[in-house]
Design a protein around this ligand. Structure first.
Ligand code: LLP
Length: 421
């Protein structure tokens, strides 16, 4: 469920007509709903209750500081994968003891900043990383709380580019080697073992792969406890998928996910952490774009939009489907037509959809890409010197620009012509 709905003939974000934002901000732009962000966060909280838990929003999916503040003010933790993301969480007012630091290649400098600033735990992914972290913590007179990310070798049955839990993926340590790795962690003077971490992939549309992984984690918890480790937290990662095509997809709900977590891990008395990104942010955002031209091609019509692959790369990168709907509500039973929906970037891959049945739209019309809140703005870039797409946040009947579109002046000023040229 989200808060982008037709009212009085036009698509609204909560109480604000998106066409009004387009008139004020220009297109393309991302728009997020505070109410949807809040609801999705709360769904996870309800699903995990009464287990002690911390829902850590995966910042990588949507990292605007205003959005982080919405979630942080509700009590959310944050999952960060770089010092940049760590600083974003802190700028949003999230205390260090609610921030977990994931990622396969943390540098010593990143470890230092997080340790000095305060951190709940590092999810470490290799022995060299453990040794480096122990060193850095020791040099600061601290002990770094850690969970080791284990790779359970389960097939997440998702797009190959976003599956992370198979043994051939670069993530985590093989679960079969966990005992020896934990033994070394316990010997390292700058570390304090607090738990186990696992994350098997993103956009999972079935619970079964999660369940397989969590059963392995349950077993490992008992084994490591028997070895004398104080396993008190289980970080289960993110990955729960969302319905991108409203017509035919129904991934499991957070409530079912929570019930399965309780069934598989509830008896262990651990605090549960999860790191959802997409399920919180995905359907909380749309990308609004204007039709520049309708071009009649050979046997097909192209809808040429002012948004492009640099603004929303998911279709080009993962063949991802995003529903596209007009801002003006089509009358019931009004005709549709197949369009190839493309952007202005000079690449054939700059195609959002092929043969997509859409209501008849014309030059100048506005359309919205649904489910664009996650991995949308964060993956945008300025390819073809197209200014970074702005972001807008709506709450009730008002909106604010939370990242402005840069001017061409600002863009050009970033380049430096050396004096010797
Ligand atoms: N935790 C870890 C360690 C992760 O690597 C990720 C996502 C998450 C949590 C959050 O997963 P989520 O709940 O959002 O599925 N750019 C791709 C998705 C990449 C996901 C990377 N890791 C896309 O647009 O589909």
């Amino acid at each position: 469920m989200d808060h982008f709905i037709y009212r009085n003939g036009g698509l609204h974000a909560e109480g604000v007509p998106l066409a009004e934002i387009a008139a004020s901000v220009g297109t393309p732009f991302y728009c997020y709903s505070t109410a949807t962000l809040t609801r999705h966060y709360q769904l996870f909280k309800e699903a995990l209750s009464p287990l002690p838990n911390l829902v850590c929003f995966a910042i990588k999916s949507l990292s605007n500081v205003a959005v982080l503040k919405v979630l942080g003010d509700l009590g959310a933790g944050m999952d960060v994968v770089s010092v940049g993301e760590y600083l974003r969480a802190r700028a949003a007012g999230v205390p260090g003891d609610r921030i977990v630091f994931s990622g396969v290649g943390k540098t010593r400098e990143e470890m230092r900043v997080a340790l000095e600033g305060g951190i709940r735990q590092f999810n470490v992914e290799s022995e060299p990383e453990m040794r480096a972290l122990s060193d850095v913590a020791q040099s600061l007179g601290l002990r770094a709380p850690i969970a080791v990310r284990v790779n359970p070798d389960v097939d997440a049955r998702t797009h190959a580019k976003i599956a992370t839990g198979k043994s051939e993926n670069k993530f985590g340590i093989p679960i079969a080697r966990a005992r020896e790795v934990y033994a070394e962690a316990a010997r390292l003077p700058g570390l304090e073992v607090v738990g186990i971490d696992v994350h098997i992939g993103s956009q999972l549309v079935e619970l079964e792969p999660f369940e397989q992984a969590f059963r392995k984690v349950a077993e490992l918890t008992e084994t490591l406890r028997a070895d004398g480790h104080d396993i008190r937290r289980l970080d289960l990662g993110g990955g729960l998928g969302i319905p991108y095509a409203r017509s035919n997809e129904a991934p499991p709900l957070p409530l079912d996910y929570g019930a399965m977590v309780k069934r598989t891990l509830g008896h262990l008395g651990c605090e549960i952490e999860i790191e959802p990104g997409r399920l919180i942010s995905g359907n909380s955002g749309v990308l609004v774009s204007r039709v520049i031209y309708v071009k009649n091609g050979e046997g097909r019509d192209f809808l040429i939009l002012d948004a492009a692959m640099n603004d929303l790369v998911r279709p080009a990168m993962y063949d991802a489907h995003h529903d596209i709907i007009p801002l003006a509500e089509p009358a019931a039973g009004s005709p549709t037509q197949p369009f190839d929906v493309v952007g202005p970037v000079c690449e054939t891959g700059d195609t959002f959809a092929k043969g997509r049945e859409l209501p008849l739209v014309a030059e100048g019309d506005l359309v919205a890409f649904r489910s664009a809140g996650a991995y949308g703005a964060v993956m945008s870039n300025e390819y073809n010197t197209r200014p970074l797409v702005p972001e807008v946040l709506v709450r009730d009947d008002h909106f604010a620009v939370i990242r402005a579109r840069p001017s061409y002046d600002e863009i050009l000023k970033r380049d430096i012509i050396p004096e010797w040229l």
